[in-house]
Design a protein around this ligand. Structure first.
Ligand code: GDP
Length: 573
């Protein structure tokens, strides 16, 4: 009861209830006759009853345990453990360092390090096989304690995550310009007489491996964003809590807090929650959630929880945290999901191309992520026509041409039965973007392209003429999907951009029911560490799904959103 945070016994609430009732019923008469003071001097023969109730509670929890637990084989850690053991024998220096930390007070050699992990693996396998029911109470306690200390030590080790290093190794190597800064004129292609033609592009070496990124992936599969397992998050919590007592009021604070915890079962008031909510709000803002949205989120959590009766051992902080977590997951899983592959197939059946328009401000990654999406579509067997409707920014057409050339090199017609899988439709600069998009769509229909991806010029959300032009492009061409491309780096700005893009599409549309943004491409997710708040801000404000997440600069750096991943990163201290 006293060490709930270290050793969580699921049956404690029930046990205390049972003891309470049994004790009250057994000594009811004495209470009534002697009164409270008389009771203090009395003796009670309750030990046997208590032991019986404890046994019952333990038994009932054991019956439930196997259904709740994940088997060892199912957990990803089962593979990690085995791998660790093999690598230790191969004497890899990295693993050795890791194992040294694990040793703790043990002075044995490598063999001794391997042994405990073997034992714990064996333990886990035993429990997975359902043998847990046969463990005695002491064994369970011992096992839980071992588990706690194992986690504790591991969490310490993990504080410096090895991930960034691994990513660095994978990442793009800096490009070395042969001419350096010595002759800038040679690098200036803007005055070329052949503007818009293939020769105008710098012909650079193309390394398919570097353009592809992850070579071990399954072709055509859109992987989920990765996230730390819940285990790891829990580990951190367990380690942090003992050093941060929540009540700090004078010397009696700790004891008072404990008693308060034991009495528990009170309903939550606004006053209880306010300090916690304030902290949560600051936490969310620090993680890049737009300030206004952080306030609204906390407010909605407060409304939901006010008057709710807390469980005996739950703290206000944990209750608020859990409610917030649930609210965040809900926000990230909007009602309408976009299943692009299914929709493209549907359009195919109707013998028409599926049209996607990309919009957003400058430099957020529209063209780059359009190319990644092209690659993903091609790997799924769909041919793509890229419409170069950014007729404004110098180099925009050349950028798309380079992508088209590379994509064709990766998927040449020979490997697709002579079919060109990706082609660029361009009319150079300065022309009307809506007109080019329309021509591209009819060209795609005639040539039998499955998908048309329309790149548009980046524009600031406050630029009314450009926003009108975008609304026109969308109204005239009626694309199947309008994707807003936004970078994960922004905080409050993300909301402003989205609100204004949506509003401009509504205001400047000629249709009765204007086409608004259907979904979001969240780019540069690889650059924000755990400051993932933009994902929340963007989905909260539009209730539109994040359809793709850009996680780097190679064609394979495209993921689908994993709500749990984002929320886990967001809640991480
Ligand atoms: P546009 O102006 O919106 O078309 O933006 P670009 O496609 O030209 O991209 C601008 C810059 O952002 C380029 O240097 C891209 O390589 C980079 N970029 C795009 N997406 C990502 C991403 O997901 N991660 C990272 N790290 N960089 C990206």
């Amino acid at each position: 009861v006293g060490f709930q945070k270290i050793l969580t016994l699921t049956y404690v609430d029930k046990l205390i209830d049972d003891v309470h009732k049994e004790f009250r019923d057994k000594y009811r008469n004495e209470f009534q006759q002697k009164g409270a003071l008389g009771l203090l001097n009395g003796t009670f023969d309750f030990k046997d009853d208590f032991m019986r109730l404890l046994r019952d509670a333990e038994d009932s929890s054991k019956v439930r345990a196997p259904t709740v637990m994940k088997t060892f084989e199912q957990s990803s850690k089962s593979q990690k453990t085995v791998k660790c053991m093999i690598e230790t024998r191969g004497e890899k220096p990295k693993e050795k360092v890791k194992n040294k930390k694990n040793k703790g007070s043990k002075k044995d050699g490598t063999e001794a390090v391997a042994a405990p992990s073997k034992a714990s693996a064996a333990d886990k396998q035993l429990s997975a096989a359902g043998d847990k029911e046969e463990l005695t109470k002491d064994e369970i306690l011992q096992k839980n304690r071992e588990e706690f200390f194992r986690r504790h030590m591991k969490a310490g080790e993990k504080s410096r995550s090895p991930k960034p290093d691994a990513q660095k190794e994978k990442g793009k190597k800096p490009r070395v310009w042969d001419l350096g800064n010595s002759n800038a004129k040679v690098l200036d292609y803007s005055n070329s007489a052949t503007n818009g033609s293939a020769e105008a592009c710098p012909v650079e070496e193309f390394d398919p491996d570097m353009a592809l990124g992850d070579k071990n992936r399954e072709p055509g599969r859109l992987y989920d964003l990765e996230y730390e397992s819940e285990d790891e998050a829990e580990e951190e919590k367990v380690v942090q809590n003992p050093s941060k007592p929540s009540v700090k009021k004078g010397g009696l604070g700790g004891m008072f807090g404990m008693l308060k915890g034991l009495v528990g079962s009170k309903s939550l008031t606004r006053d209880d929650m306010d300090p916690v909510l304030e902290k949560m709000k600051d936490h969310l803002i620090a993680k890049n959630v737009a300030a206004e949205i952080a306030v609204q989120l906390c407010e909605s959590v407060a409304k939901k929880l006010e008057g709710k009766v807390m469980g005996t051992f739950t703290t206000v902080t944990s209750t608020v945290k859990q409610a917030l977590q649930e609210a965040l997951v809900q926000i990230l899983q909007p009602q309408r999901r976009v299943d692009m592959l299914r929709d493209v197939m549907d359009a195919q059946r109707h013998r028409r191309p599926y049209v996607v328009t990309f919009c957003g401000v400058n430099g957020v990654g529209k063209s780059t992520n359009l190319a990644k999406i092209s690659f993903w579509l091609i790997e799924n067997g769909f041919s793509v026509l890229i419409a170069a409707c950014d007729t404004f920014r110098a180099g925009a057409v050349e950028q798309l041409r380079t992508h088209t050339r590379r994509l064709n090199a990766l998927h040449p017609p020979e490997s697709h039965g002579g079919r060109t899988m990706v082609q660029l439709y361009e009319k150079g600069y300065g022309k009307d973007a809506a007109g080019i998009a329309m021509e591209a769509i009819s060209y795609a229909r005639n040539q039998g392209f499955d998908v048309v991806l329309v790149d548009t010029a980046g524009r600031m959300q406050d630029n009314a003429p450009l926003m009108t032009a975008l609304a026109k492009l969308i109204a005239v061409n009626a694309p199947d999907l309008v994707l807003f491309v936004g970078e994960a780096l922004v905080g409050n700005e993300a909301v402003d951009q989205l609100v204004k893009f949506n509003k401009a599409l509504a205001d400047h549309s000629m249709a009765q029911t204007p086409r608004l943004i259907d979904g979001i491409v969240l780019t540069k997710f690889d650059t924000i560490d755990d400051k993932v708040g933009a994902a929340i801000s963007m989905t909260y404000i539009t209730s539109k799904p994040i359809v793709f997440v850009g996680t780097g600069q190679t064609y394979c750096d495209l993921r689908s959103l994993n709500a749990k991943a984002v929320v886990a990163a967001l809640m991480k201290a």
